[in-house]
Ligand binder design. Structure first.
Ligand code: GTP
Length: 458
């Protein structure tokens, strides 16, 4: 939780971009309305569920309201059954660790701050038979802002039918007015919203889809900045929910994690952070410095290995990375390591060479384990904006990418590219990097991300 406060602070540049943009859009043609300070802003209609779009979101039905049905609710948590792989997990990590059967378990990416008891909705997503989608916050425009103050205000209202605040009203601040600017949603405003989202790196297609869903059933209605933020955050959350998935871990040893991405995207740093978190979760890890062409990259990885307390296998400069991968596999098997993380080169300048290099690494490790690599992580730098989309396409051709890690979210004024990635590719986002320190890698939480991106106070 506290971590996401940090995320939000770090994404502040991003929030403020959309936030300021939204303010400007609403003020442009909006009309100031006075509302009683003690009252919540009048809400725009109950939101109709936005039309289903191609994004496969777990959507609750339009009105699954008073369901007194005995819901078999907390059941699907993949409870450790018989446990053939008794991996100790001294970590208060959010995942039940020892994962028995082929059911993948999850990466122990954890909040760097000592995590308070996990929030109720953070049930680890496992490929279990999800009977009911977690209560996804659909674009229901009702903000969560009517606690008991609302009751008091309502009660006061019944005592004072006119606008004049009486004694009780004054006592409760009922007489104070605040001004809210609202603007009628029309074509112009929609276009401005689209442009704003595009400048936040969401990409044209995604921006159009998001705004269309936000506008669904609200055309001609007046909306305030706060209401738009809520709609936008709900829509972003809906798109991101399906891709927010921890890296799956399988019982075989070692789990091979191939890490790919262009130079400078943050591969080395991410390997270091992941290795440290796996270690903290009680796993033994081996790292292979597979970018044998860059001595600096190898040295950097050694530094991270030291920090994480994890051995780093290296090979002479310019030697065949596949042969290092073979040695590393052998070593990891001999040591009974839980994980082998293989760094790779990121030279996209010569795609054919890189493709052959990656293919060879995969061929070689498959001789030792036909299922390896178990995960192929593509590390993307959020500051590259829309370029990240073409990197995903390219690396999908070069390697069988199974999931993404998005780094440097702290360093971008935008961040919308994650939404575009989720919308276009649907690849799992396993973790996000929000700094250069060893603890600055966090699980991806769609709601927190959406709030940070839109500047919504939660
Ligand atoms: N602010 C910030 N910086 C990061 C993050 N992740 C990585 N970096 C920085 O980005 C730079 C590149 O990171 P590396 O891990 O060396 O990237 P790489 O992909 O291994 O690059 P090569 O070694 O050139 O292949 C370093 O200065 C890191 O400290 C992050 O989440 N936030």
């Amino acid at each position: 939780m506290a971590f996401f406060k940090k995320l939000k602070d770090r994404l502040f540049k991003s929030s403020s971009k959309i936030e300021e943009g939204l303010d400007a859009i609403v003020e442009d043609g909006g009309v100031a309305e006075e509302v009683a300070a003690a009252e919540p802003e009048p809400q725009p209609e109950p939101a109709p569920t936005p039309e289903p779009d191609p994004v496969p979101a777990p959507e609750p039905e339009p009105q699954p309201e008073p369901e007194p049905e005995p819901e078999p609710e907390p059941e699907p948590v993949p409870e450790p059954e018989p446990e053939p792989v008794p991996v100790p997990d001294p970590q208060p990590a959010p995942q039940p660790d020892p994962q028995p059967d082929p059911a993948p378990q999850e990466v122990p990416v954890r909040d760097p701050e000592p995590a308070p008891p996990a929030p109720p909705q953070e049930v680890p997503q496992a490929p279990a038979p999800t009977p009911e989608p977690a209560p996804v916050e659909l674009p229901d425009s009702t903000p969560p802002e009517m606690p008991q103050a609302m009751d008091v205000a309502t009660a006061t209202e019944t005592l004072e039918p006119t606008g004049k605040p009486g004694f009780l009203g004054r006592l409760l601040g009922r007489g104070d007015k605040k001004t809210v600017i609202r603007r009628e949603l029309d074509d112009d405003m929609l276009e401005q919203l689209e442009e704003l989202l595009i400048t936040a790196d969401m990409g044209v297609d995604t921006a159009l889809r998001v705004t269309a869903n936000m506008a669904e059933g609200r055309f001609g209605k007046k909306l305030s900045t706060q209401e738009i933020k809520e709609l936008l955050a709900a829509e972003v959350t809906r798109i991101m929910e399906p891709v927010a998935r921890p890296m799956p871990l399988y019982p075989s040893k070692p789990q091979v994690v191939l890490v790919v991405g262009v130079n400078g995207s943050g591969k080395t740093t991410t390997i270091g952070k992941l290795a440290s978190q796996f270690r903290a979760a009680g796993k033994s890890v081996v790292i292979a410095a597979g970018d044998t062409f860059r001595a600096a990259a190898v040295e950097q990885l050694q530094v991270w290995g030291e920090r994480a307390g994890v051995p780093v296998l290296t090979a002479p400069e310019g030697s065949d990375p596949a042969s290092l991968a073979w040695d590393a596999m052998e070593q990891a098997q001999k040591d009974g390591a839980d994980l082998l993380m293989i760094d790779t080169a990121g030279r996209l300048q010569n795609r054919a060479d890189l493709m052959e290099e990656l293919a060879k690494i995969v061929r070689v490790i498959r001789k030792k384990d036909p299922d390896a690599p178990h995960n192929t992580l593509l590390v993307l730098d959020a500051t590259t904006g829309q370029n990240a989309l073409s990197q995903v396409k390219t690396f999908q051709e070069l390697a069988d990418v199974s999931g993404l890690v998005m780094t440097k979210l702290d360093g971008t004024a935008k961040g919308g590219v994650l939404v575009a990635l989720a919308d276009k590719f649907g690849l799992p986002i396993h973790a996000i990097g929000v700094g250069e320190q060893i603890d600055d890698l966090a699980p991806f939480d769609p709601e927190e991300f959406a709030a940070a991106l839109t500047g919504l106070d939660r």
